[in-house]
Ligand binder design. Structure first.
Ligand SMILES: C[S@@+](CC[C@H](N)C(=O)[O-])C[C@H]1O[C@@H](n2cnc3c(N)ncnc32)[C@H](O)[C@@H]1O
Length: 190
């Protein structure tokens, strides 16, 4: 099932809405990070720069075949050999990987979905103890040019509370400012 409110504007406009490198810096995505899994590659806005930074493989999924072709094409054009991009309904079928097999799992602009706590449990499953579920989302405290409607847009504290309820994840209380429109959370796998 496609997550609610997960349609995308055109690619060039979407790219203007983020300072991608700053976001990845603040989330501490660098060569010390090995394998990473991602739900919802979209246009590859984050997938491509993440794959360039990490020392392992980026496994990324999208339910929309056009998004998968676009991200795969961008990975090829960039000469990246560490990107595996597949069509999959992660919400229904989960990540097709072993427990604790990844250093990090990315949920970027995703957690306004139905059943976010179930999704966080599945993300936690794929991350090794000490690894991270990394989430970014649209701020709720300012007007933003895009993003899901405010009645389903989660505040950071809400995501932290869902994460704690999984009993698999812990958060140190730090809410990252990802200007201009986003916040971020590094949520650790226990
Ligand atoms: C709001 S976009 C975010 C894309 C990317 N994470 C980013 O921030 O640029 C959400 C993406 O999730 C994908 N998606 C929605 N439901 C999904 C599902 N059940 N399984 C996998 N991908 C899904 C959509 O097709 C879309 O590309």
């Amino acid at each position: 099932m496609k997550l609610r409110d997960s349609g995308m504007p055109d690619e060039a406009y979407w790219a203007t809405l983020f300072d991608t490198e700053l976001i990845l810096d603040r989330l501490e995505i660098d060569a010390t990070v090995q394998d990473v899994a991602e739900l919802g590659c979209g246009y590859g806005t984050f997938s491509i720069p993440v794959a360039k930074r990490i020392s392992g493989r980026l496994l990324t999924y999208d339910i929309d075949p056009e998004m998968v072709s676009r991200t795969s094409a961008r990975a090829r054009e960039a000469g990246l050999e560490n990107v595996l991009c597949l069509v999959r309904d992660v919400f229904a079928d989960g990540f097709d990987v072993d427990d604790a097999s990844h250093d990090a799992c990315l949920l970027f602009n995703i957690l306004h979905c139905e059943e976010p706590a179930r999704l966080l449990t599945e993300a936690a499953r794929v991350v090794r103890p000490g690894g991270y579920v990394l989430a970014i989302h649209w701020r709720c405290d300012v007007e933003t040019p895009r993003g899901p409607s405010l009645d389903i847009r989660p505040q950071p504290e809400r995501i932290v509370s869902w994460a704690r309820d999984t009993s698999l994840l812990k958060h140190d209380g730090l809410i990252l400012d990802l200007p201009p429109w986003h916040y971020g959370l590094r949520i650790q796998r226990i």
